[in-house]
Ligand binder design. Sequence first.
Ligand code: SF4
Length: 278
Amino acid sequence: MSKPNQSLQLNQSNLQDFLDCPRRFQLKVIEGLSLPAAYSEPIGKFEISTLLGNRFHLICQQFFSGIDPVLIENSLSDPDLQAMWDKFLPYGKSLLKYRFFPEPLLSISLLTHKLIAKYDLVVEINSEKYLIIDWKTASKKPSRSTLDKKLQTHLYPYIFSQTVNDLFPETPISPACIEMHYWYPLASEHKEIFPYSKDKNAEVKIDLEQIIGKINTYISEDVEFQLTDDNAVCQYCVFRSLCNRGTSAGSFEKSPSIEHEDLKNVQFDIDQVSEIEY
Ligand code: SF4
């Protein structure tokens, strides 16, 4: 059961859950449930794809941590991972001349809760341009409007804008200097860029306060959070039996929006946050 004044760790994954279905957020984040239902069918395809995504993130992290690319390449036995690496390597090398931080974990407080983001890579191009780069391993890049609707697209620059001086303490950095980049190694067009701004920053703050305000209202009223009206969302939800929304999982191929990266790192150890030393 929820407790008034409960302080939550909120990240792009669980806040997106709240937007998709408040009840899912309640079951996962407030009640701490995880059911063994399949996320999508066939299970093997989903698991393989998720594993591949995780391995790609690992080799990117190794590359930007200074491990010899030849050693990384020699460790690759999966042809799909090799294909991602081949696309990634020239781009990765092009970033090495800049100052960068692989996988920083940044956090801020908002309305009694912690907002946390684990970034794949942040890069200082110069004192007026900072990139947040997020690796995405889906074979097809979603449309720009789909990506624009993702909470991550706005939450990541927002948290970064509040904490950027933890990483780059030399000068004040305005929101207009920040860009959110999604990078898809398997897509024909690899990159989708979302510039940020002072006005956008103010908008995102209001949106986040509204979302968190709604969460706090549910918690203080101690009621069941609303179930989504969209049954299609339930097809890709592990709680569908619990909610009487069907027993079989949706098709992996037909899934409109599964991004394997959205499912990883959903819970962080709070002790890791704000312990960032470079
Ligand atoms: S099954 Fe549907 S209603 Fe139930 S938590 Fe999942 S998305 Fe929400």
